[in-house]
Design a protein around this ligand. Sequence first.
Ligand code: CO
Length: 150
Amino acid sequence: MIREIVQVGDPVLRKKCTPVTRFDAELCALLDDMKETLKAAEGAGLAAPQVGVPIRAVAVDVEEGYFELINPVFVWQKGEQYGAEGCLSVKGKAGNVLRPSKVKILFQDRKGDRYSLVARDFFARAVCHELDHLDGILYTDKADDVRDAE
Ligand code: CO
């Protein structure tokens, strides 16, 4: 089911999201809906608070594949990249953000199994953007030039 994407101004986007502790049918339903919602919106990522659920779960849809990251944490961040971002919760805007060029994270999948991954370039940017959502941070807090998107 496609869920409504919460827009900036809604306090749920500013919450410190809580860790996922139950890897149950409710979580699977949320993740399935997030996938459908993200694909329909043609975005690169979606965090659970963007559909009104303030828990530590995000989806990233990039060239490297489709990833569901539950309780993700950074192991390290390296390098720098500066480039444009947008957000499905900040419609019609874009801005340049400085991000690490390479990150390693630990996360769980929807079954609770633990994994790590290294992301580079745009994938790293998407991971950083989505992980920020879990701490109530929007890219517009970090961008130096938020403007109307073309
Ligand atoms: Co976003």
